[in-house]
Design a protein around this ligand. Structure first.
Ligand code: F0G
Length: 442
């Protein structure tokens, strides 16, 4: 399948003729679908918004009930971030069937693949895309999954999913950027359908995360959307979602977008905030991007962060993300692994929990409030992209009393302290001692 333009190399984009399609003129149209929960397309949190991503015939649409996710206000996390009470919301995309936001996009790409009769689908992954593809293949039996992962680069929670769901799992000696380059070659050579977010239909599905955020807020537009940035599919999709809603008249303003890189994988931050790269009416300065990539290669600089999901130095959706930043008056920040893990502990202590990459959004929101970019009384939605159980190694190392384990997993990444650790209490297997310890600590 073609994902890029033959002449300029830019990624393809899905564009709708809204005049002809006549999308709904009010959000109530979607609200009414809540009364039809026995219809799988109304139950799905993606296909409930079918009319806003109408690229496939209804009878070919695939669903496994994705997108049943929640937006919750979090007082505790809001206080940590520095916002006034009631202004911080967490969008829990970890509640998807494979435990991450990827299912929103995967179901759309998978639907397109099914529409054109694909029998094999491939992706490179830091773990969540592969888990999602493997799940759709195992549940529907419509395709065979071929996944490419960097050896030792994905967390056990995610690897275990791909293996359990029966995907053909290729472990490449390299990192995500290497795996991404290879999967493009292999899928072109063998004619395998590619489901990475270079695939424009992935982004169509991921728009619905924003539709559900609006739905949960009673169709009010928040002031800020804060999202971690890796391959930049989400940020690109979110911008597209708001621009289209605005075009068709369903919203009257567009929220601001903050994309948060890990400091150890900060290409977007470096290019956008430090070197001034901009969308520039569709002509971003690619020579400065190539120059930056050349510098990285010469210094053999590899992405490195505990947030393995966003350990990416060559984001494939860079251009589309620049467009989203322009459309949403966006900003980009970087946060350290220390900040990510402390924010993650706060999310866990005051909500359903998330994996490290997701907590970059909360750490980034905190930074932006401290800088006065986000006002204390603004309404902020942080996207929690993946489930807490995706990466137990990072969580346990953060809370451990075992200094060696802490040093090995986190110290090596520059994390000095676990500021919000909840340490297990070691007790002998004796009733009196256990009772004493509970009285002492509770
Ligand atoms: N958060 C999580 C949990 C992710 O798995 C990813 C990406 C991101 C954030 C970044 O999102 O690419 O849209 O900017 N994971 C991909 C994967 C790369 O292979 O699972 P993005």
């Amino acid at each position: 399948m073609r994902v890029a333009c033959d002449s300029c190399g830019g990624l393809l984009d899905v564009v709708y003729d809204w005049n002809r399609l006549r999308p709904p003129t009010s959000f109530e149209f979607f609200q009414r679908k809540w009364a039809q929960r026995n219809d799988p397309l109304a139950l799905s949190g993606v296909w409930r918004f079918y009319e806003l991503l109408p690229f496939a015939p209804r009878e070919r649409v695939v669903t496994i009930g994705e997108g049943q996710t929640l937006l919750q206000p979090s007082g505790g996390v809001g206080k940590f971030v520095g916002l006034k009470g009631g202004q911080l919301y967490l969008q829990y995309e970890g509640l998807n069937p494979s435990g991450s936001f990827k299912d929103n996009g995967m179901v759309a790409a998978f639907t397109h693949a099914h529409t054109i009769g694909a029998k094999r689908a491939a992706c490179a992954s830091t773990g969540n895309t592969s888990a999602s593809l493997a799940l759709y293949c195992s549940v529907t039996r419509l395709m065979k999954a071929v996944i490419f992962i960097g050896s030792g680069k994905i967390s056990y929670g995610k690897l275990s999913q791909a293996l359990d769901y029966g995907a053909l799992t290729m472990q490449i000696a390299g990192d995500f950027d290497d795996a991404m380059a290879r999967v493009k070659e292999v899928s072109a050579q063998l004619g395998i359908y590619l489901v990475n977010s270079v695939n424009p239909f992935r982004l169509e599905g991921q728009k619905t995360i924003m539709f559900r955020v609006l739905e949960s807020l009673g169709w009010q537009v928040p002031d800020w959307i804060v999202v971690p940035g890796g391959n930049l599919g989400n940020s690109s999709a979110f911008g597209k979602a708001f621009v289209e809603l605005h075009q068709i008249g369903l919203i009257d303003r567009i929220p601001r977008l903050a994309v948060i890189n890990a400091a150890g994988a900060n290409t977007l931050y470096e290019l956008y905030e430090k070197r001034g790269l901009r969308w520039n009416a569709g002509r971003p300065d690619h020579s400065s991007v190539e120059q930056y990539y050349g510098e990285m290669d010469r210094q053999d600089r590899r992405a490195s962060t505990i947030a393995s999901a966003i350990e990416i130095n060559r984001p494939v959706n860079l251009d589309k993300c620049l467009r989203a930043l322009e459309d949403c008056n966006g900003v980009v920040r970087e946060v350290t692994d220390q900040e990510i893990l402390d924010a993650k502990a706060q999310v866990g202590a005051g909500g359903f929990g998330c994996e490290p990459a997701s907590a970059a959004s909360v750490a980034g929101a905190k930074l932006l409030v401290s800088q006065g970019v986000i006002g204390r009384d603004e309404r902020v939605v942080c996207i929690l992209t993946g489930h807490q159980l995706k990466d137990p190694t990072a969580t346990v190392a953060y809370h451990t009393t075992d200094q060696e384990q802490f040093n090995k997993v986190l110290g090596a990444r520059g994390v000095k302290r676990a500021n919000f650790a909840n340490r297990a209490v070691a007790v002998p297997n004796e009733l009196d001692e256990i009772v004493k310890a509970i009285q002492l600590y509770s």
